[in-house]
Design a protein around this ligand. Structure first.
Ligand code: IPD
Length: 272
C-alpha cells in the first residue's frame, strides 16, 4: 500500500478540490464560456477555475515552491528548487464535447528531477500517484506495466499533431506502421491518462510529438515507477535519452520490454 508523503497528500487534496469544481462544470458543459487559445488548444472557464483552486491550495501549503501551469505559465518560487507542474484539465477538447475522459495532472519537480506525480480522472474516480523510488499506484493498488512481449498483440496510444505542425507527416507515416503492426491504435485525447494507462498495463505504449511539460510531467514518473520506460523525442526524432527532464519535442512511453521494438518501428516509418 502506498505511504504518501506530505507533499503528495497536499497534491491529492488540491486535485480533489479542483475535481469537485470540474465535475460541476462538466455537468453544465453547454453553459461554459470557451475561449480559443490557438489551433486545437482550447481553454475554458472551468480550466481556469480549476487552476486557481489548485494554485491556491498548493501555494497555501508550500508558499516557497514555484509553479509551471498551463493557463498562467511560470511563477518563480523563493525556494528556487521545487516547482509544481500543473495541468488543471488535460483533455480539454473531450471535456468541451462532453466526453468523460479528462484529468487533472500535478507533477512536483526538484531541479530537473520529477519527484512526485498525480493524475486524477474524477469521472471514473481513478487517482494515479507515484513518488520517486516508491512505486506507482491506482488508488491504493500498486501498478505494473503490461507484460506483453508481442507487438502484434499490443495496444498503442498516441496524440496527433495538427496538420501543418512539425511532426505531422512523420506522425502519419508512423500511424500507418503502427496500424499494420499492432492489435490496435488509440487516440483518446488526454496525454496524462495515456501515460497513466501505460503504467496500468492498459496500453503497451504511447507516443506523441509536441506535448507540453504540464501534460506529461506527472505521467512520466507514474510510468517509470510502474516499471515502464520513457524516451524523449530529440531533434533527430530518435526517442533517446532516458533522463529526468521534461521533453521539448515529445515522448515515447512503453512497458519497457517492447520499447526498442516500438522505437525502431517509429524510426523506420520516418526513414522510409
Ligand atoms: C492535450 C491533450 C491531448 C494531447 C495534446 C495536449 P490539453 O492537453 O493531452 O491528448 O494530444 O498534446 O495538449 O490541451 O487538453 O490540456
Amino acid at each position: 500500500m502506498a505511504v504518501r508523503s506530505a507533499d503528495m497528500n497536499i497534491m491529492v487534496r488540491a486535485a480533489e478540490k479542483a475535481a469537485r469544481a470540474l465535475l460541476r462544470d462538466f455537468g453544465e458543459i453547454e453553459q461554459l464560456q470557451v475561449s480559443r487559445k490557438g489551433p486545437a488548444d482550447f481553454a475554458s472557464a472551468a480550466d481556469r477555475r480549476a487552476e486557481e483552486i489548485i494554485y491556491e491550495e498548493l501555494h497555501k501549503a508550500r508558499p516557497s515552491f514555484g509553479f509551471l501551469m498551463e493557463e498562467s505559465g511560470e511563477h518563480k518560487g523563493e525556494d528556487g528548487e521545487h516547482r509544481f507542474v500543473v495541468d488543471p484539465l488535460d483533455g480539454t477538447t473531450n471535456f468541451l464535447h462532453g466526453l468523460p475522459h479528462w484529468a487533472i495532472s500535478i507533477g512536483l519537480m526538484r531541479g530537473n528531477e520529477i519527484i512526485a506525480g498525480l493524475v486524477y480522472d474524477p469521472v471514473k474516480d481513478e487517482m494515479y500517484t507515484a513518488e520517486k523510488g516508491g512505486g506507482a499506484f491506482l488508488r491504493r493498488q500498486r501498478l505494473r506495466v503490461s507484460g506483453r512481449r508481442d507487438l502484434s498483440a499490443s495496444l498503442i496510444a498516441c496524440g496527433s499533431p495538427h496538420p501543418g505542425k512539425p511532426g505531422y507527416p512523420c506522425f502519419l507515416a508512423q500511424a500507418e506502421k503502427v496500424l499494420q503492426t499492432t492489435t490496435g491504435f488509440r487516440r483518446y485525447g488526454a496525454a496524462a491518462l495515456d501515460l497513466a494507462y501505460v503504467a496500468a498495463g492498459r496500453f503497451e505504449g504511447y507516443f506523441e510529438y509536441g506535448i507540453h511539460p504540464w501534460d506529461v510531467c506527472a505521467g512520466i514518473l507514474i510510468v517509470r515507477e510502474a516499471g515502464g520506460r520513457v524516451g524523449f523525442i530529440t531533434d533527430d526524432r530518435a526517442f533517446s535519452g532516458d533522463y529526468d527532464m521534461i521533453p521539448k519535442h515529445g515522448l515515447l512511453a512503453t512497458n519497457t520490454v517492447l520499447h526498442d521494438e516500438i522505437k525502431s518501428l517509429l524510426r523506420k516509418a520516418v526513414q522510409e
